[in-house]
Unconditional design. Structure first.
Lengths: 462, 459
């Protein structure tokens, strides 16, 4: 990470005083809680949240809270299949302590962390494990990774999915064909390390935003009930039917839906240590979402990784004006309706035309938001619906993770338990909130995969 | 609009699960909210009820006044705890009057254990008797326990068959030979030997126990040999390691492994190993990370799912939102920065003790952070603890006091709220570490709190 030179350099002064040339993101060397080597405390030196670029992330307290119970390690889906991966306890608090010493590189194994963030949910002491991993990964990529390497290039392409998807959606049919054309895929595996086993998602012939524009935007005006829809990249470019379901369901409940300008939520960028890219996108997102909040809207995401990013990773990693407001006003789509509408009452009246059975998988990122059971709870008493939870294992794809040749096998090994449970379940349609979990579910079982909003759209007749 | 249920259980451990299951059986619509994944994954998987009755008075009081620490007074002389107890039930009367067992009664313990038996089914043993079993644990001691996993059954210490304890160099916190030595020193009625074998050597030294379990679950190949076969082959040369008192060599009849013999398919792993070794196979419960704890967590949450209980983890209950007429109406759940009201007719607080963070402490005092319930404690911080680390530590008994129906009490000993019940580690009065009673207290108070909460909700 490059040193910042744009502010008054308080942190640098403290570092210089202590006689070290510490990296500016080196996790709170000059922390307010006493991590400084300097005997004197300089209040100007402490700015614990301003991290990227420059600032100083205070993780000392988090590291000190760890009492090494290893709950995080037992929750780690990567450690379960890969004995070479030292686990979240090492990647978080232990590596953070090692870094206190000069000349200590970040261990390369940080790139094997899939950023599923299950360790956050497992830690009884609320150690900010994923924040520590994000910070270490960012530092590794910035300072130690060869920028001309194929791996860096491939990861950058994967992390910036939105950029590729935008280009592809100009010629969606051609793109869908070319991206899955055998010789092209062979070349991609050889040149970029993108496993040929995976099918690229189809690009929609009409993106969600194109549809939104064509229908003339919001059909319901209601200054008292407004939501700003954060559709994310996938609902826009690949599965606009999820976005349409969101709009129809919310309009059914009398909400005025806004679709503000937006970029990537940052999830794939965090997972690849591309924090500068993520920050750039975050600036746009925060600006336009803060404007929507100003008009009385809450922010709704249909992808649980997008909602987790806006809620948790944004305020943990970036100091952007209004970012806390965005965090506090963001909800997942079904969660919001369950809090604000009498969904159970509405669904008690409804009945589906055809009996439907679903094998539901809760995305890891839903888990951290307390949402891992909401789809099962919402739908299990609806007439005509059978909803079975396929268990608490990870799907293994973790966004871009399973899209890397060297991780592909690991990803499928992690997913094996979920595939097994899906086959055992009655339903032959899969259901999940996460678009990449959906890819993995389809890849492993061949099932059609739906989003809970699509079922809700059917059930309430929106 | 609040997220409503008849009964809201706050917490995710054994007491919370027991309360939720008990309330659901009374017909209540139950929701369980837990801040984090269940701490059962840190538990040994053994279900103790009461193993010892520790003395609460020094044998010879050497000085006047309350017990204090750090004031350089002569330490008191404490008698050894009574035990290991053969029968946990008959000893309840000898516990201090403020002990939760005395409050909710021995029947509650029996009911809690019965409910546990029903929830776990074939997975657990010990339900055939009221008496304690003696199970070897990973420290090399023998623990009196009321219920134990089927996986540990062949290891019962009252069994006199010669035993081999297997260890791996790569599992650094588990030394099989030292373990066997300690068992012998404890006077177990069987001959025992410890052996370190080469199996986990194929993995690096800090390989997670979940990795080993997964390899055995799926019988993955290790250096070309299926994992279960490789493990049996590694153990086979040691089947005659046990030497009896007369110097005779016995073929072992049972083999104990650290508890990593599979996660999802543990039974199949044990059966195959037993078959290959021609000896019974058992697991020795370990400290965290604990597979027996993880398996129990999975089983109990499946049981809650089957009972129609709604549950969620990830967000903490941070306080009471609304109350009227001495009853709580809604509590606040912090959903990543936004507080959302959760309403119920009755609430069960089962957030754990000082370790589980159901109790919080600083220099000023010990508090119960979720509902702000009263925690009895001496005003002088020096009276919270005593010098003898293994002595009768007052802080060990800190917690919320309850009445015989499980209602949380206020400072004056009256119900704090009509509809708030407490269970498990957050309840004070027991010194569970010395008594070996943590699980039993959770089961007994959990079953009472759950039933009464359901009744309260139906009124």
């Amino acid at each position: 990470m490059t040193r910042h030179t744009d502010d008054d350099g308080g942190a640098e002064r403290a570092a210089d005083r202590a006689g070290h040339d510490q990296a500016a993101t080196d996790g709170g060397v000059e922390s307010a809680t006493g991590g400084s080597d300097s005997a004197e405390l300089d209040p100007d030196a402490y700015d614990p949240v301003d991290v990227f670029p420059g600032g100083d992330l205070d993780l000392r307290e988090g590291a000190d809270s760890c009492y090494k119970c290893t709950s995080c390690d037992t929750s780690c889906p990567v450690a379960e299949v890969d004995e070479e991966f030292p686990g979240p306890k090492f990647q978080g608090p232990e590596q953070w302590r090692l870094k206190r010493k000069e000349d200590h590189d970040i261990d390369e194994s940080i790139t094997s962390c899939s950023n599923c963030m299950r360790c956050d949910d497992a830690c009884p002491s609320s150690v900010p494990l994923s924040q520590m991993h994000n910070e270490a990964r960012g530092q590794y990529v910035e300072e130690q990774m060869e920028k001309l390497s194929v791996e860096y290039l491939r990861n950058r392409v994967l992390a910036n999915y939105r950029t590729s998807a935008r280009l592809a959606s100009v010629f969606p049919r051609t793109a869908s064909f070319v991206m899955n054309f055998g010789p092209v895929r062979w070349g991609m595996e050889k040149a970029l390390g993108i496993p040929k086993e995976r099918d690229f998602p189809e690009f929609a012939t009409e993106t969600f935003r194109e549809w939104w524009k064509a229908r003339g935007g919001a059909q319901v005006q209601n200054p008292d009930k407004r939501v700003a829809y954060f559709h994310g990249c996938y609902s826009n470019f690949n599965t606009p039917e999820v976005g349409k379901a969101m709009v129809r369901v919310y309009e059914h409940f009398g909400y005025e839906v806004m679709v503000p300008p937006q970029k990537c939520s940052g999830t794939p960028m965090f997972a690849n240590g591309m924090l500068k890219d993520a920050r750039r996108h975050a600036e746009t997102n925060v600006e336009s979402l803060v404007a929507a909040i100003g008009e009385g809207a809450d922010v709704i995401a249909s992808c649980t990784s997008c909602s987790l990013s806006l809620r948790q990773e944004y305020p943990e990693l970036f100091d952007i004006h209004g970012i806390e407001d965005v965090s506090e006003h963001t909800y997942e789509a079904l969660e919001y309706l369950r809090i604000h509408e009498d969904l159970d009452g509405e669904l008690a009246e409804s009945e589906l035309a055809d009996e439907q059975s679903f094998a539901y998988h809760a995305p890891c990122h839903a888990r951290n938001q307390g949402l891992s059971r909401q789809a099962v709870e919402t739908f299990r008493d609806v007439d005509g619906v059978t909803m079975e939870d396929v268990g608490d294992s990870c799907s293994g794809i973790s966004g871009t993770y399973g899209w890397k040749e060297e991780k592909y096998e690991k990803s499928m090994k992690i997913g094996a338990e979920m595939f097994e449970h899906m086959e055992e379940a009655d339903g032959d349609v899969g259901m999940t909130e996460c678009p990449t979990c959906a890819m993995q579910m389809e890849h492993g079982t061949g099932y059609e995969i739906k989003h809970p909003l699509q079922l809700l759209e059917d059930a309430v007749g929106a | 609009m609040a997220i409503d249920s008849d009964v809201l259980v706050v917490g995710g451990g054994l007491a919370a699960i027991t309360a939720a299951a008990a309330a659901a059986r009374e017909g209540a619509d139950v929701r369980l909210v837990s801040h984090k994944s269940s701490t059962l994954r840190q538990a040994s998987g053994l279900i103790d009820a009461l193993g010892y009755v520790p003395a609460t008075e020094p044998a010879q009081p050497l000085r006047e006044g309350p017990p204090t620490a750090g004031r350089e007074l002569d330490p008191d002389d404490w008698p050894d705890p009574e035990g290991p107890l053969a029968d946990p039930f008959e000893a309840i009367d000898r516990l201090p009057e403020s002990h939760p067992y005395r409050t909710v009664g021995a029947d509650a313990l029996g009911d809690g254990l019965s409910l546990f038996d029903e929830l776990t089914g074939e997975m657990y043993r010990g339900g055939h008797t009221d008496r304690n079993a003696l199970v070897p644990t990973f420290g090399g001691s023998v623990k009196p326990t009321a219920r134990y996993p089927a996986a540990a059954e062949a290891g019962i210490a009252s069994d006199d068959r010669p035993t081999l304890i297997v260890g791996f160099r790569s599992l650094t916190d588990y030394d099989a030979r030292a373990f066997a030595g300690r068992l012998e020193a404890a006077g177990v009625p069987f001959d025992v030997a410890g052996a370190e074998v080469e199996f986990a050597e194929a993995f690096r030294a800090d390989t997670k126990i979940t990795r080993l379990a997964k390899a055995l679950d799926h019988d993955e190949e290790i250096d070309g040999v299926p994992a279960r076969e490789a493990l049996a082959k590694a153990v086979a040369p040691h089947l005659h390691d046990v030497v009896d008192e007369a110097g005779g060599v016995d073929r072992v009849e049972r083999v104990g492994f650290p508890a990593f013999l599979g996660d999802q398919h543990g039974e199949a792993v044990r059966e195959e190993l037993a078959d290959r070794l021609g000896a019974d196979v058992f697991e020795i419960p370990m400290g965290p990370p604990s597979l027996p704890g993880l398996r129990l967590e999975d089983r109990l949450y499946d049981a809650l799912d089957e009972a129609g209980v709604r549950f969620e983890t990830g967000n903490p209950v941070v306080g009471i939102e609304t109350q009227s007429d001495g009853a709580i109406e809604t509590v606040s759940v912090d959903r990543k920065g936004r507080e959302t009201p959760y309403g119920a007719d009755a609430f069960v607080l089962a957030t754990g003790g000082l370790v589980g963070k159901g109790l919080d402490s600083d220099r000023e005092g010990v508090t119960e952070p979720a509902f702000g319930l009263h925690v009895e404690q001496p005003a002088d911080r020096y009276e919270w603890f005593v010098d003898d680390a293994f002595g009768d530590q007052p802080y060990a008994r800190f917690g919320v006091r309850i009445d015989e129906e499980g209602r949380a009490l206020d400072e004056a000993g009256a119900p704090a709220y009509e509809n708030v019940f407490a269970a498990g580690g957050v309840v004070g009065g027991a010194d569970v570490a010395r008594e070996k009673s943590a699980s039993g207290v959770s089961l007994a108070t959990g079953v009472v709190a759950g039933r009464r909460a359901a009744k309260e909700a139906s009124q």
